[in-house]
Design a protein around this ligand. Structure first.
Ligand code: 4AD
Ligand code: MG
Length: 502
């Protein structure tokens, strides 16, 4: 009879005991009379040692046959081994194949991103993707906890809608029984209605943008969290946003240390974001900083840093190459591994060196009134070690529903939260316009059909109050916390231009 089946993540508490594992083969190595089978079960990975002398002929055969991603069951004893991940390994007493896998397309060697994206359904099993999915899960739970503990009610906004929220250029239109309908760009307007019923609500749902641009920051389907609060102004809105990000980063650092290590995330860069307040800059202050000599100096210094690092790395690479011929086997392996690291870093440096002059130029020539581009956001946040909140944007670059600044009618009481390390805008929001006539004018000025907004105007007819809210982009937040280059890895099955499968 087999022992109860336990997750690999719990093995460290079962040293000396007999356990049954059920999982898949991650990797195999063979020695004389020994098979080393790395088994993953979703909760973790453990090395299983199978000795020809200690198991039946069938079990030994199974260990020999077990191709990558074959499914198997192992019975064995848990043995402490500090050198192994998780601090244990399993000495098998029995191995049974559940199913033999065909040659697996994703091997431990490097693959191109498009190759991997075409096999996303399998790629999800790889260690990095596994780690990202777990951080995503942690972040989702932190978001719910943050709002639930503060009396917010979660509400589901409709996905099929009859009105645009964020402009008409990124709508997915469909035919809804002969009436035009859209996949929602944002649950905000319906969230506002719910906030008037419950005070404080948040949506947590999929949102859609027919983004024509292929950038690393845009998905066509992404998840957004949109709190909406009655009797809240812009300053209170900023506090809610800041507290949310602080909670997310704190929880991830506390609970996802292993995952962040697998992702090689520099966690010291995240530490600063656990402390508040986050700097607040008005748009005008941000423009002043962006166009300042201080910014040019910062970028010039960065360029000099990169040049210096590049020269050092190239020198190290050449020295290693010169030594390679005479090197012993172990050292050759070290040099090869270091070579991969150096090449990766050099490619990053080359990209920075291409970007920096463009950023300097774009920053210097930025004019008040324009919206910040991705590179402007990157440059601005380079001055800070944690997210910054930029507020009071020119009304012309913001959505129709924004309240105007009573001190300056050119400005909208909007805010964006920009993440550090070049991750850019992760939150957009603001205080909502409360005046019915003003909203009507804005709907018209934005070229939106008034009839589709009549229900929304009711919120201003019946008990209109100051209120505010924002939208947090889940995948952008995950990318920042995990240190990802591209949003496509932050969601199990990304939807992008040219990517609908798998
Ligand atoms: O700034 P956005 O467009 O704001 C709204 O939709 C408001 N209605 C939110 C509100 O006030 N309730 O989008 C909010 C956030 C962005 O800051 C970004 O993080 C994310 O949603 N986002 C995207 N993420 C991935 N792919 C895209 N194409 C995104 N567009 C926006
Ligand atoms: Mg925005």
């Amino acid at each position: 009879m087999s022992a109860p089946h336990r997750p690999i993540s719990a093995l460290a508490e079962q040293v000396g005991q007999t356990v049954t594992l059920k999982g898949w083969v991650y990797n195999t190595r063979y020695g004389k009379g020994l098979a080393f089978v790395e088994v993953r079960d979703g909760s973790g990975i453990v090395q299983v040692v199978v000795s020809e002398e200690e198991v039946s002929a069938e079990a030994w055969r199974a260990a020999q046959d077990a191709t990558q991603e074959s499914a198997l069951e192992v019975v064995g004893t848990v043995v402490e081994d500090k050198r192994q991940t998780g601090g244990v390994e399993v000495r098998a007493t029995d191995v049974t194949l559940v199913s033999l896998a065909e040659p697996y397309p994703i091997t431990p060697k490097e693959h191109g991103v498009e190759f991997l994206m075409d096999r996303r359904h399998l790629w999800l099993r790889s260690r990095r993707q596994w780690a990202i999915a777990r951080v995503r899960n942690r972040i989702i739970m932190s978001i719910h906890a943050y709002f639930q503990e503060d009396g917010f009610i979660q509400m589901d906004a409709p996905i099929l809608t009859g009105n645009a929220v964020e402009g008409t250029s990124t709508l997915f239109e469909l035919d809804y029984f002969d009436e035009p309908a859209y996949l929602t760009q944002s649950g905000q307007l319906h969230g506002e209605a719910m906030a008037m019923a419950h005070g404080k609500i948040y949506t947590f749902g999929p949102t859609f943008r027919a983004e024509k641009s292929k950038t690393r920051r845009h998905l066509t389907e992404f998840w957004m969290i949109e709190p909406e609060m009655a009797f809240h102004d812009l300053a209170m809105n900023m506090e809610v946003a800041e507290g949310l990000l602080q909670r997310i980063v704190r929880d991830a650092l506390a609970d996802c240390a292993d995952e962040l290590e697998i992702l090689e995330r520099d966690t010291s860069a995240l530490e600063a974001s656990t402390a508040t307040p986050y700097p607040r800059l008005s748009y005008s202050e941000a423009v002043e900083l962006l166009t300042s000599e201080k910014t040019q100096e910062m970028l010039r210094a960065e360029e000099a840093d990169r040049q210096r690092e590049k020269a050092e790395l190239e020198e190290e690479r050449d020295a290693n190459a010169a030594r390679y011929g005479q090197a012993k086997k172990g050292e050759k392996r070290r040099i090869d591994a270091r070579r991969i690291e150096i090449d990766k870093r050099l490619a990053q440096i080359e990209e920075d060196l291409r970007n920096l002059p463009r950023w300097m130029e774009s920053a210097a020539s930025f004019e008040w009134g324009a919206d910040f581009g991705g590179s402007d956001e990157t440059v601005l946040t380079r001055h800070f070690d944690r997210p910054i909140i930029v507020h009071r944007y020119p009304a012309a670059v913001k959505a129709f529903y924004m309240k105007r600044d009573p001190e300056d009618d050119r400005l909208a009481l909007g805010m964006d939260v920009l993440a550090p390390e070049g991750y850019g805008e992760i939150i957009g929001g603001g205080e909502r316009a409360t005046d019915l006539e003003f909203l009507r004018e804005q709907v018209e000025a934005h070229g939106l059909p008034e009839s589709a907004f009549d229900w929304y105007f009711d919120l201003r007819r019946y008990g209109s109050v100051p209120h505010a809210g924002f939208g947090l982009g889940l995948e952008r937040t995950i990318s920042w916390v995990c240190g990802l280059q591209h949003l496509r890895e932050a969601i199990p099955f990304p939807r992008l231009i040219g990517r609908l499968h798998p």
